[in-house]
Design a protein around this ligand. Sequence first.
Ligand code: BG6
Length: 485
Amino acid sequence: MAAGEIERHLMIVIGGTGDLMRRKLLPAMRRLTQEGRLRGKTIILASGRRATFDDGSYRDWAHEALEEAGLPPGAEDSGWCKECLHYESVGDQQPEDFERLKRRIEETEREHDLPGNRIFYMATPPGAFIHTVERLGEAGLSSGPGWTRVVIEKPFGDDLDSARELNERIHRHFSEQQIYRIDHYLGKETVQNLLTFRFANVLFDSVWNRDRIASVEITVAEELGVGERAGFYDSVGALRDMVQNHMTQLLTITAMEHPTQFEADAIRDEKVKVLRSLAPLDPSQAIFGQYAAGEVEGESVPGYLDEEGVAEGSQTESYVALRAYVQNWRWQGVPFVLRTGKRMPEKLTEIVINFRCPALALFQRHPEATVRANALVITLQPDEGFDLRFEVKAPRDPLRMVTQNLSFRYDEAFEELPDAYETLLVDIAEGDQTLFVRSDEVEEAWRLYTPLLVNRPLVHPYPAGTMGPPEAERILIPRGEACPI
Ligand code: BG6
């Protein structure tokens, strides 16, 4: 969403030798530098436990990471790694380690003649966030000569109580205006476009309500299994990993009212109102599943329980389907179905808006005429675009309807879409919080899922390569059914 001027700053990445830095942050920084968007604006000070790294060996490590990502620093900008990357160990993360980090920050700022603007990016495992934030605060790093911002990755807590406690402890050191809670789905162009699509098109805006919409179905299907993350995932499950954050964000953006302005707090206020309007979830309206061995894209894959790192007999869900209801004037009675799973036949993220059937069955005297309700399919990945399904009359007699598509595809209209992290890094540098999750939002999202965390639905197996357990059918919305005549 970024639009303003970026001031020169230092980005301190705690966990700077980890997977997130290697796979996401460094490649995103490199692309942004190449495009000129952050060139000359950002100096990076990576920090990790490794005491053996210094600036030189860290730059070699970063070089390798960029090569792996297919972005080798070329001759024209080999200076990027040399000039912009530094490393300082925080060892065992004791108070003295953070005092040393503070001195190094000041030194690096002098060396690059920076004005003292700082971003602390927590790229650590979730269990280490709070310890790090507290050490930063105690070392006097929650404010500096310029502005100071802190970036926190998901998961933010693992239930309502832990999220509240995290918020409370972080707020002792940083104000909400300094905190950027990341949900990378919000950085995806297609997710941001949902806002524009809704609020810049009066055509859709006028039918976006219970009078015209029968149901909304949000699907995030993944082909991949838990793979190397099994150890982490087994203690988390799909509800915490995907539903509470990414899918809930998609729901709130789909259901929110018009913000008073296109600006961070006005937008987030409306999203929070949706969360507050959601009826407590009914566990009988939720189905959990777990993939068994099966075939994906013609290849045999093991079941969840056979993945390395998964506890014996684990009841962790890799699939969730549930019905939620937004109890307000706009949405009363309209089911919002959320469905996500790993090891499904293909990667697909979509929002399907199912419109109502025509009010009157006009075609009763034409036995071959079947009317299907209109649907708007918003595909967020991988084949980004929109499809509006509508009925047309097939030529000649007898009267017969055929469903046709009005289609828009991003790749036909625009160049390649940026990676979510590129968008989010620029927004952080600009101080735009629109695409970041506010403290009340994250707490409300946990509150919503508390009934399912306390009263966990049974876990049903489904073969890998299928769309989930058959038990979920009663929760899902049937596709393309004919309207009653
Ligand atoms: C992450 C989850 O937040 O999102 C992963 O932890 C999941 O389990 C990933 O695979 C999906 O993201 P995307 O952008 O590939 O849809």
